[in-house]
Every structure is written in structure tokens, then in C-alpha cells.
Design a protein around this ligand. Structure first.
Ligand code: NAP
Length: 274
């Protein structure tokens, strides 16, 4: 997809953070934007912000209150949406949570399950519900994974597992969709300045906090712009941020040895301080 003018973008997690910034940019380029999240008030506030940035008043900014982890809700509302609004050219799976970032022994089965249901099954449910219409449009599916899917992280057994599963999901999906003319882009950002981090900070152990800083800290508008460039260039795999790309290259080149030695040393220092 070389440009987004006249295209229709469905964005889960479109009321906040990276999804919200992608909505602003897409609307400014002339796309119709459908924001999908649970909280109606947050959706309406996001829609107002995005509407103000539309390329012209004929472009639509719509909201749908959907829990992506609830497949029945997703199937029903996506069917109605495609009928009323039209099929998506672009599906951005950005909805996600990072509650319960903590040592593994402190994460109950229900906590682990909640993270998996939203982060992994949410993307599965949305993509499954829209797959036929995306194929008709020869569209593009974006999946927000995380740098934690590549490196793992202290305190992230639930979150990193959900995000690593998305990498395998995306890779498999890509093979199936390419012959149908549908592209997939999977994105692995490091820490981005969004509300997600405030939730996570409530429980993230100091060791996790220290290791996380190795990856750098990005602004959501820059990440959103870079993701849209990756879509334009039809890139499959994209790691935003220079520091994370360097770490990723080292990780691959040394089969994880360098990043593990570095993270172990950082964890040891953080533990001794606390
Ligand atoms: N921020 C980071 O540091 C970072 C780093 C790497 C990857 N990522 C990934 O990037 C994506 C976007 O994160 P962000 O930082 O932009 O987060 P954010 O600002 O916290 O936004 C999360 C969005 O997801 C929605 N959401 C959460 N649970 C949902 C559910 N069950 N159904 C529908 N919508 C739901 C939220 O709205 P409601 O709560 O109203 O539903 C909100 O719109 C996530 O997948 C995240 O894992 C983020």
C-alpha cells in the first residue's frame, strides 16, 4: 500500500498510544479511520482529536466499542462494521495490555490468561473476523508485537509470551496471505511513551525496569510514522528505534549470548541496589 488516501483503516487500540497516533496520521493522509477499543469515552475523545486532523471533511472517523478478547463480540461487531462502513484495506492490531508485569511466581493463572486473551487472542479474533474482507481488498495486516518477544524480559513472562506467540502467528499468516495479495507487517518496539507503561510500572520489579532501559525510549508519534512507512515499503518485520535495532543485530549475531550477559549484569546490579 503506497499511500493511504481513500483507504479504510481499522485500528484496535485506536483510542490510545501508538494506535491513536496511527489514526491521526492516517486521517491526515485521507484515510477513513475506525477506532476499536472498550472504553467509549476514551474512544470519543480520540475520535475528536483525529477528526480535527482529517485531510478533508468527507473522510470518516468512527468508533466501535469492542472487547477484542471476546470472540463473539468481535464476530458480531466486525460483521456489522463491514456491512455499514466497508471492508478494511488496513487492519492494525494494536490493542494490548501489560498489566501484571511481575516475577513469574506472583502471576496467577488468571492474570496470565488475561494477558494472553487480549494480546494474542485479540489479534487472532480480529484478523479471523476480517480475513475474507481483507482478502477482497488485497489489504494489509499490522500486528504490534514487542522487543520483549525477541529478547524476553525480567518480569515479562506473561507479556513476552503473548508477544512472542504473535511473532509466530504473523510469520505463519504471512505465508498464507501472500498468495492472496495480502501483506503482513509485524512490529517489535522497545519502550514507547504511552499509558501502557503507567500500568506496568505499578508492579514491574526494579530488575525489569533496569533491563528495559537498555532498549531506549521512543515517542508514539515517531513509532506510528515509522510503522506506516514500513507498511508503505511492504516490510514484513520492523524493529523501531536505533538502539533496539543494534541490540537485535547483536542478539542474532551471537545467538543471544551478548544480550544475555549484558542483561544478567544489569539485573545483578539492580538486585544489589534494592
Ligand atoms: N508502549 C510500549 O512501551 C510498547 C512497547 C512494545 C509494544 N507495545 C505494543 O503496542 C500496542 C499498543 O500499545 P500502547 O503503548 O499504544 O498502549 P496503550 O496506550 O495502553 O493503548 C492500549 C489500547 O488497547 C486498548 N485495549 C486494551 N485492551 C483491549 C481489549 N480487550 N479490547 C479492545 N481494546 C483493548 C485500549 O483501550 P481500552 O482499554 O479502552 O479497551 C487502548 O486503546 C500494544 O499491543 C503493546 O503491547 C507497546
Amino acid at each position: 500500500m503506497k499511500n493511504f488516501n481513500g483507504k479504510c483503516a481499522y485500528i484496535t487500540g485506536g483510542s490510545s498510544g501508538i494506535g491513536l497516533e496511527m489514526g491521526k496520521l492516517l486521517a491526515a493522509e485521507g484515510a477513513d479511520v475506525v477506532l476499536i477499543a472498550r472504553n467509549k469515552k476514551k474512544l470519543d475523545e480520540a475520535a475528536a482529536l483525529i477528526s480535527a486532523m482529517r485531510r478533508d471533511a468527507s473522510r470518516r472517523v468512527l468508533t466501535l466499542s469492542v472487547d477484542v478478547s471476546d470472540n463473539k463480540d468481535v464476530v458480531k461487531k466486525m460483521k456489522e462494521a463491514v456491512k455499514k462502513i466497508g471492508a478494511p484495506d488496513l487492519l492494525v492490531n494494536s490493542a494490548g495490555i501489560n498489566k501484571w508485569a511481575d516475577r513469574f511466581e506472583n502471576i496467577t493463572f488468571d492474570m496470565f490468561d488475561e494477558v494472553m486473551k487480549i494480546n494474542l487472542y485479540g489479534a487472532r479474533n480480529m484478523t479471523h473476523a476480517l480475513i475474507d474482507s481483507i482478502k477482497e481488498k488485497k489489504g494489509h495486516v499490522v500486528i504490534l508485537s514487542s522487543a520483549a518477544a525477541i529478547f524476553g524480559m525480567f518480569g515479562y513472562t506473561a507479556y513476552a509470551t503473548s508477544k512472542a506467540a504473535l511473532l509466530a502467528f504473523a510469520e505463519s499468516l504471512r505465508y498464507e496471505l501472500k498468495p492472496a495479495g495480502v501483506s503482513v507487517t509485524v512490529v517489535c518496539p522497545p519502550e514507547v511513551d504511552t499509558p501502557m507503561n503507567y500500568d506496568e510500572a505499578k508492579t514491574l520489579p526494579p530488575e525489569g525496569r533496569a533491563v528495559k532501559s537498555l532498549g531506549g525510549f521512543l515517542m508514539p508519534d515517531k513509532v506510528a510514522r515509522d510503522i506506516l512507512d514500513a507498511v508503505r515499503k511492504d516490510r514484513y518485520f520492523f524493529v523501531p528505534g536505533f538502539s533496539t535495532r543494534v541490540l537485535y543485530a547483536l542478539h542474532r549475531f551471537t545467538n543471544g549470548a551478548i544480550t544475555r550477559i549484558t542483561a544478567d549484569a544489569v539485573i545483578k546490579r539492580a538486585s544489589s541496589k534494592h
